[in-house]
Design a protein around this ligand. Sequence first.
Ligand code: HEM
Ligand SMILES: CC(C)=CCC/C(C)=C/CC/C(C)=C/COP(=O)(O)OP(=O)(O)O
Length: 304
Amino acid sequence: MAKSLSISSRSARYEAATWRDYYELTKPNVVMLLLLTALVGMCLATPQWVETTVLLAGLLGIGMLSASAAVINHVVDHRIDSMMARTFNRPVAKGKVSIPNALVFAVCLAVVGFAILALWVNMLTAWLTLASLVGYAFVYTMFLKRATPQNIVIGGLAGAAPPLLGWTAVTGEVHSHALLLVLIVFTWTPPHFWALAIHREKDYAKAKIPMLPVTHGVAFTKTSVLLYTVLLSLVCLLPYLIGMSDLIYLIGSTMLNGGFLYYALKLKFAPTNQTAMQTFRFSIIHLMVLFVILLLDHYVPLSL
Ligand code: HEM
Ligand SMILES: CC(C)=CCC/C(C)=C/CC/C(C)=C/COP(=O)(O)OP(=O)(O)O
């Protein structure tokens, strides 16, 4: 009796799932920023306007595979998500969306996304995007996240891939300029995540996830944020130095990196309770504006 009651109350909770829960599973804000970086990869790949079919099918396919990866992340992590204050309310962790339903949703997104890329873009982009899904949903989430504090440095490669995916969607080839855009996002990821991890250190310790502040302490993580931010500022100079981007980019990226360095220095040497989260929030604005500036610089010629 008690068993049947608990089953029926569980299924009642599953019935309560709405489209909003499924939408939340796709990490929409993260996917939007990933798509912005993919769009910039597309636009920078050609001096002409990107062909409409490639633009739309490319963004849709990359978006669907990224969303699928995010849904799988929710499924794999539902136990640890339910232990952390930031994530306990997520649809799978909370039991609002069942694991089978979430998996069916993820598989549908992945199959349709892959087919769109294969049919209307090209096979190179389809395979590279699928590899990014595997990198994030399986390699990072299932193994690295639980294994090493360098998890997000290595796993960051999957999240950094979209500018390359956008580029290959347009040209069908891997180009060094596209790899430089990947390097920018790759170098940006550690200060982006570790700033948040400092704020959420107790959550991660509780869930026994070996994030850097848990394994090496908050002071060491702050130093790592600062050093990666310095490295990011140097990497961000490369598009100008190799002649890929021009003056608008140089000025814009220098200002953004100045802002990021300000927060990283404040976090290390003069923090308040809010500084870690302010740094995390600024990292998102930094990457978003940086890629908009790359786009502006591409279409508005302005050089010395
Ligand atoms: C391994 C790499 C990464 C890790 C570990 C990571 C981690 C995180 C975490 C833990 C959050 C907080 C989510 C929440 O509040 O529930 C977050 C937020 C966010 N991340 Fe990342 N991130 C990574 C890469 C990226 C990449 C590559 C992008 C985009 C290019 C990105 C864009 C965002 C955005 C836009 C948010 C805010 C989401 C929101 O407010 O809903 N992240 N990230
Ligand atoms: C196809 C393709 C480009 C795939 C990449 C997909 C993707 C959604 C990358 C973003 C990385 C990210 C949000 C990591 C956080 O995971 P977490 O588990 O550490 O954070 P959480 O605790 O908030 O879930």
